[in-house]
Each structure stands twice: as structure tokens, then as C-alpha cells.
Design a binder for this molecule. Structure first.
Ligand SMILES: NC(=O)c1ccc[n+]([C@@H]2O[C@H](COP(=O)([O-])OP(=O)(O)OC[C@H]3O[C@@H](n4cnc5c(N)ncnc54)[C@H](OP(=O)(O)O)[C@@H]3O)[C@@H](O)[C@H]2O)c1
Length: 258
């Protein structure tokens, strides 16, 4: 498992008693978010399409003494999302934090973009985020509290050649974040987005070494981020320290886009 090397900067009771769902938690940024939320004291439900990989991460967390459960769920399927929320409610009877992290890429130039690659990326990255948000709002509105954190991308702000589908979905997430924040603010629920830059995971491992070197030159902090850099921003937005922040997009990109 991709266990964070750096120590958590947060107190272990920061989120104690809270229940969090992290989508796409079987590797990369999602696994790091699940780990950091556990370190901050939350009970965490991890999901991804592959039952086996997400179970491995949850088992590692459980062995460390944290409360972590895994379940297979494809967020692009409405029925899977509803069952994820139901199972979490059965287990914990409240959901305090939702981290919409699951995402895919199908990169190509727009002239060559196949309808199925447009549909797959929009369905998972944007519609899946909407399904999870809509489903979790019922319990959160009843509780009159909740934190929704959507993982967008700087590409949703700046655009990126070869990623029309991905950039459109990630920009859509920012609009979804703002609209939802306006609708549910009076119910004690905050909704924010995080826009990571280049973070070292399986997703960015697809970029050639030559291109990675060129990209680093565009980053003022001159390195790719770590999954834990995004996870720390999630912990902050999930905590009471962020109680007066909603509808915002926090860039975790080493200054790449400004
Ligand atoms: N890495 C970066 O540089 C970067 C930059 C900006 C934004 N992001 C965003 O950060 C998020 C995580 O990225 P990552 O780099 O950690 O990606 P990753 O290593 O490819 O991991 C993606 C995760 O999402 C899960 N997933 C994919 N489709 C799913 C679905 N339909 N339902 C449920 N789970 C699904 C995958 O598990 P299964 O395959 O088992 O389903 C996996 O756990 C994504 O939203 C990505 O767009 C990443």
C-alpha cells in the first residue's frame, strides 16, 4: 500500500467520531486521503470498482488500529452509489465527510476523441461526483452538518491539450461545487473543491520521463506533489478550521497555475 511517508501535521483527534467516505480509495490520492482521515481520527469507508484492491488498503489501515471499511462501488452507477451510502449509514448511522476522489482519464486530441471516451470520463468524473453528492445530502441535511470535498484538477481551470473530456469534467466539478455550496449552506453543509496539479500516482506515471521534466519546469516549487499533499488539504477542509469556507477551489499545485 501507498502509505504516506511524511508525518501527518494534524492532531489525531481532529476528526474523531466523524464518518468519512472516500471514493477511488484503492490507490494514489484516494488511498492517501483515507489514510490521513484515519490518522485524524475519522472512521473511513473506502470504495473503488475493484473489491480486492480497496480491501487491501482497508486491511492495512485496520491493522494499524484505525476503523476502516471497504466496499466495491462503481460511482458511475447510480445503484452502486445508493448502496454505498446505505451501507455506510447502516454501519455508522451518520456521514460527516464525503470525498469525491474517484476519477479516470482517456486522453487524446479532440479531433480523435471517440464518443465513448467522452462519455466514460464525463460519466465517472462528473456524473459520478453528482450521484455521490446527491445521495449523501439526504443524511447530511437531516444532521444539519456535513463536508463535501470534490477532487477537481488544475486542468479544469487552465485546460490542457489532449484532455478535452477530462478538463470539461473537472471544470464541471467546480461548477457543481459552487452550485451545491449555494444550495446547502443554510443546512450547515460546506462544499469545496481541491484542484491538484501534477501529483505522483499511477495516473501521472503514464506521462513520459521527457514530458515530466518539461512539466517540472512549469512548477514554481519545481517538483510534482505527493498524494499526501492533497490529503492534507482534504483534512483541513474537513475540519472545524475550515467552517467558514464554502464554494471554493483550493489549488494544490506547487504554484503551477495562477
Ligand atoms: N495524479 C494527478 O496528478 C492528479 C491531478 C489532478 C487531479 N487528480 C484527480 O485526483 C483523483 C485521484 O487521482 P489518482 O492520480 O490517485 O488516480 P489513480 O491512481 O488512477 O486512482 C484512481 C482511483 O479511482 C478509482 N476509480 C476509478 N473509476 C472509478 C469508478 N467508476 N468508481 C469508483 N472508483 C473508481 C480507482 O480504482 P478502481 O480502478 O479499482 O475503480 C482508483 O482507486 C482523480 O479524480 C484525478 O482526476 C489527479
Amino acid at each position: 500500500m501507498d502509505v504516506p511517508a511524511a508525518q501527518s501535521a494534524f492532531r489525531e483527534d481532529l476528526l474523531s467520531g466523524k464518518t468519512a467516505i472516500v471514493t477511488g480509495a484503492s490507490r494514489g490520492i484516494g488511498a492517501a486521503i483515507a489514510h490521513r482521515l484515519c490518522e485524524a481520527g475519522a472512521n473511513v469507508v473506502l470504495c473503488s470498482r475493484s473489491a480486492e484492491s480497496v480491501e487491501q488498503i482497508a486491511d492495512t489501515l485496520t491493522r494499524k488500529g484505525y476503523t476502516a471499511f471497504s466496499t466495491a462501488a462503481d460511482i458511475s452507477e447510480k445503484a452502486d452509489v445508493e448502496s454505498l451510502i446505505e451501507k455506510t449509514m447502516e454501519q455508522f448511522s451518520h456521514i460527516d465527510i464525503l470525498v469525491n476522489n474517484a476519477g479516470i482519464t482517456r486522453d487524446t486530441l479532440i479531433m480523435r476523441l471517440k464518443d465513448e471516451d467522452w462519455d466514460a470520463v464525463l460519466q465517472t468524473n462528473l456524473t459520478g461526483t453528482m450521484y455521490c453528492t446527491r445521495a449523501v445530502l439526504r443524511p447530511m441535511i437531516r444532521q444539519r452538518s456535513g463536508r463535501i470535498i470534490n477532487i477537481s484538477s488544475v486542468v479544469g481551470l487552465s485546460g490542457n491539450a489532449g484532455q478535452a473530456n477530462y478538463a470539461a469534467a473537472k471544470a464541471g466539478i467546480i461548477g457543481l461545487t459552487k452550485a451545491t455550496a449555494k444550495e446547502v449552506g443554510t443546512r450547515g453543509i460546506t462544499v469545496n473543491a481541491i484542484a491538484p496539479g501534477f501529483i505522483t500516482t499511477d495516473m501521472t506515471a503514464q506521462i513520459s520521463e521527457k514530458h515530466q521534466k518539461q512539466l517540472v519546469e512549469l512548477i514554481p516549487l519545481r517538483e510534482f506533489g505527493h498524494p499526501e499533499d492533497v490529503a492534507d488539504a482534504v483534512c483541513f477542509l474537513a475540519s472545524d478550521a475550515a467552517r467558514y469556507i464554502t464554494g471554493q477551489t483550493l489549488q494544490v499545485d506547487g504554484g503551477m497555475v495562477m
